[in-house]
Structures are given as structure tokens and as C-alpha cells.
Design a protein around this ligand. Structure first.
Ligand code: SAM
Ligand code: CA
Length: 217
């Protein structure tokens, strides 16, 4: 099973895609190019891109932070949903996949909305002074808790955090899965569940997406 399409039987998943996802030509082209990458399964699922795009519109987000760019599919999904004066800042350590991303953002006509920074995401996040309406966390899982805590600090009032891969291909419930990434995701899921600072909801789409909203003090 692909890490990014957990949850539904194949026929229902195909049905869901056929009646709910309107993937743009730009997104389709990027998905096809990324399919040739050895880590293509790091890309978010098309239906998750659709969910994130509608969340951008529903929240009327204007400033988005993304942690984990890869070849740029999730950034393109969200940037296309931003108003023309909206901004998305995306962070990654990989220059090469970042170049692919930029090529596709330019072709899609959204590159003026996207700023890309290459380097360890935590360092960049610690240096940021801005606040964000929406933050998407999708980089190295062992740092998830640190991204979550810094993300909460960077959220604008009423803003939302999205945390990806929270079901981790089912390994979160596998008693034999004790690797660092699985443990980090399990620990953060538990922490968020009992975190009185936030409202939360885990959506079983693709590999699991948690939505967190900071409560008013
Ligand atoms: N959101 C992307 C998409 O939909 O295509 C997928 C992101 S992929 C799952 C995770 C990315 O995190 C990789 O591109 C990897 O280079 C990046 N990454 C890993 N460790 C990082 C770190 N310490 N700082 C910044 N980026 C990191
Ligand atoms: Ca992911």
C-alpha cells in the first residue's frame, strides 16, 4: 500500500478521485514528473491537495508556511488557492527537488506567490518574525514535535496547523514498529489529543492529516 493512499479499498479510492478531484493540468504534470523520482510517495495525494486548497479558501488564508517542499505539489495546490496578493513560504533542505518545484510553479503562474528557503527548517522557523494563517508540517518526522511547538508560536490568531502522515502507513498501531519516526508521530498524536491549547481533528485522508486550531487564551 502506498503511504499516501491509506484507508480506502482501491475501487472506492478510484471512485473518490473520479468524482471529487479536479486536478489542474499543472498539478497533473507535476505529479507525472514526480512519479519518476525514487521517493515519489513523499508527494501528497491528489485528494489531499484538494482538501488543503479548499481549507486555504475557507480560512481566507493570506500567509502560509510550509515545512517540507519536495517537488512542490502541496505548495502548488495551496498557492493556486491563495488570492493574488497571498504569500506562501516553503522550507526544505533539498536544493535539487526545490529546482523542480520552482520550474513547475513558474509554468503554473504562481511563483510570484511563493518564496522558497533552502536549509534546515527548524533554524529557519526559529528565525522567522512573521505570523501565518496556515502552516503545513510535512518534513522529517523526528522533528515533528519541534515543528509543532514553533508552528503554534508562528500561528496568527484563528490560524490553523496541518500535520501530515499522522497515520504513518498504519505503523502507529503496529506494536513491532518502534523506529524513531513512528515513535515521534505516535508521541505527537497523543500530545495533541490532550493539548488544551488547541482544538484538533484527525482526518483519515491519504496517510492521515491532523488539523489544529489554537484556542483563544
Ligand atoms: N509536501 C511535499 C509534497 O507534497 O510534495 C512533500 C514533502 S516530503 C514528505 C519531506 C521533505 O522534507 C523532503 O523534501 C525533505 O528534503 C525535507 N526535509 C527533511 N528534513 C528536513 C529538514 N531538517 N529541514 C527541512 N526540510 C527537510
Ligand atoms: Ca507527507
Amino acid at each position: 500500500m502506498s503511504r499516501e493512499s491509506l484507508g480506502l479499498p482501491a475501487d472506492l479510492h478510484s471512485y473518490l478521485l473520479s468524482v471529487s478531484v479536479r486536478e489542474s493540468e499543472a498539478l497533473r504534470a507535476l505529479r507525472e514528473e514526480t512519479a519518476r523520482h525514487p521517493y515519489a510517495n513523499m508527494q501528497i495525494a491528489a485528494e489531499q491537495g484538494a482538501l488543503m486548497a479548499i481549507l486555504v479558501k475557507l480560512t481566507q488564508a493570506k500567509r502560509i508556511l510550509e515545512v517540507g517542499t519536495f517537488t512542490g505539489y502541496s505548495a502548488l495546490s495551496m498557492a493556486a488557492a491563495l488570492p493574488d496578493d497571498g504569500k506562501l513560504l516553503t522550507l526544505d533542505i533539498n536544493q535539487k527537488t526545490g529546482q523542480t518545484a520552482r520550474r513547475f510553479w513558474e509554468a503554473a503562474g504562481v511563483s510570484h506567490k511563493i518564496e522558497q528557503r533552502i536549509g534546515p527548517a527548524l533554524e529557519t522557523m526559529r528565525a522567522l518574525q512573521d505570523s501565518f494563517d496556515l502552516i503545513f508540517i510535512d518534513a522529517d518526522k523526528s522533528n515533528y514535535d519541534l515543528y509543532y511547538e514553533r508552528g503554534l508560536e508562528l500561528l496568527a490568531p484563528g490560524g490553523a496547523l496541518l500535520i501530515d502522515n499522522v497515520l504513518w502507513g498504519g505503523r502507529v498501531t503496529d506494536p513491532d514498529a518502534n523506529d524513531a519516526d513512528t515513535e515521534a508521530i505516535r508521541a505527537l498524536n497523543q500530545k495533541i489529543h490532550s493539548d488544551g491549547r488547541v482544538d484538533c481533528c484527525m482526518v483519515p485522508i491519504a496517510d492521515g492529516l491532523t488539523i489544529v486550531r489554537r484556542r483563544s487564551p
